[in-house]
Write a protein that binds this ligand. Structure first.
Ligand SMILES: Cc1cc2nc3c(=O)[nH]c(=O)nc-3n(C[C@H](O)[C@H](O)[C@H](O)COP(=O)(O)OP(=O)(O)OC[C@H]3O[C@@H](n4cnc5c(N)ncnc54)[C@H](O)[C@@H]3O)c2cc1C
Length: 288
């Protein structure tokens, strides 16, 4: 199913993100975790893609299995930062052959080994190419409520985002954020700029202290005092931190839905227990 169809009624939806293994040896355990998340019946699941293309075959394989064996709509990610036109064409054809209908088109973070594509600079180039190769995909793009780290002015970032959407994005998913007001301000600004597609807030449940120094710091997301206090208080006890992190994310979600932001995307990080905890926290709102 196309994600644009899932989102069109503006009823509350929930999607989960998983990442493929970097090595084939880990495939079975990742598939098991992703399958357990699929069993929670999200509206769709996304499968990430290594920026340098190093997970290409595992992304495609996991996406296909989730869709065929677990009966869940899948959004397969694709990055272009280190890809050639030929690589992209092959991946798009692979996704098509595997029955994938949705692609998250991303530039990708610059790989540490400095490899760079000669054919692509920005995600918009990838979107145009996917459209040219096969116009039947539903395409999503990334957006940054606090601005992308490489962009000095948010107004410029939003101008690029508008071009990206106009090139053929049917929806956008945000980077993580921990203060909903950041998202509300961003939505106001992009709607003013004429961006009308659905925006899925990306919610990251922070369930261990290390995530704060790793992914949160890398994302450049502002850390509110309330969040800092939670990590200070519970960060040394894994069970307490997991519970507190799920509650924090659930509170963000309930506030978003109360304010009319209905399509929730959760960075579930291959952790079925976290995905289940989040789902439980607003199952009645989801109509379950
Ligand atoms: C929801 C989500 C999912 C993600 N999934 C993955 C994944 O699976 N794999 C992965 O490796 N990474 C992933 N990322 C990270 C992403 O690849 C990085 O954030 C990357 O640095 C930017 O990708 P983008 O697609 O947003 O790039 P772009 O849209 O190209 O934007 C990148 C920067 O370039 C600027 N820009 C855009 N167009 C122009 C232009 N025409 N001229 C000048 N400047 C321009 C933008 O303002 C921005 O600063 C994800 C991010 C998000 C938010």
């Amino acid at each position: 199913m196309k994600i644009s169809d899932i989102l069109k009624d503006n009823e509350v939806t929930l999607s989960f993100e998983v990442f493929p293994p970097k090595t084939d040896a880990l495939f079975d355990s990742v598939e098991k975790a992703a399958g357990d998340i699929a069993a929670l019946k999200p509206h769709f699941m996304s499968v990430t893609y290594g920026a340098g293309g190093n997970t290409a075959s595992n992304t495609a394989e996991l996406a296909e299995r989730l869709q065929k064996q677990h009966d869940v709509t899948v959004l397969a990610h694709l990055t272009c930062v280190a890809a050639s036109r030929d690589d992209v064409k092959k991946m798009v054809q692979t996704y098509r052959a595997k029955g994938i209908e949705n692609i998250m088109a991303l530039r990708g973070d610059i790989p540490k080994d400095g490899r760079k594509s000669e054919d692509y600079v920005h995600a918009i180039d990838l979107i145009r190419d996917i459209r040219a190769i096969d116009d039947s995909f539903c395409i999503g793009g990334a957006c940054y409520p606090e601005g992308h780290v490489e962009c000095e002015r948010q107004s410029e970032d939003i101008r690029h985002l508008k071009d990206k959407v106009d090139a053929g994005c049917s929806f956008l998913t945000t980077q993580m954020f921990f203060d909903n007001n950041v998202l509300y301000n961003f939505l106001y600004r992009i709607r003013e700029a004429g961006i009308e597609v659905p925006v899925l807030p990306g919610i990251m449940p922070i369930t261990n202290r290390k995530q704060v120094s790793r992914s949160v710091a890398l994302s450049g997301a502002t850390i509110p005092q309330r969040f800092r206090t939670m990590v200070d208080r519970f960060g040394d006890d894994p069970r307490q931190m997991q519970q507190a992190g799920i509650i924090y994310a659930a509170e963000q979600i309930v506030d978003l839905i109360a304010n009319g932001v209905n399509h929730i995307h959760v960075y579930s990080m291959n952790k079925p227990e976290i995905a289940a905890g989040i789902l439980d926290s607003f199952s009645a709102i989801l109509g379950r």
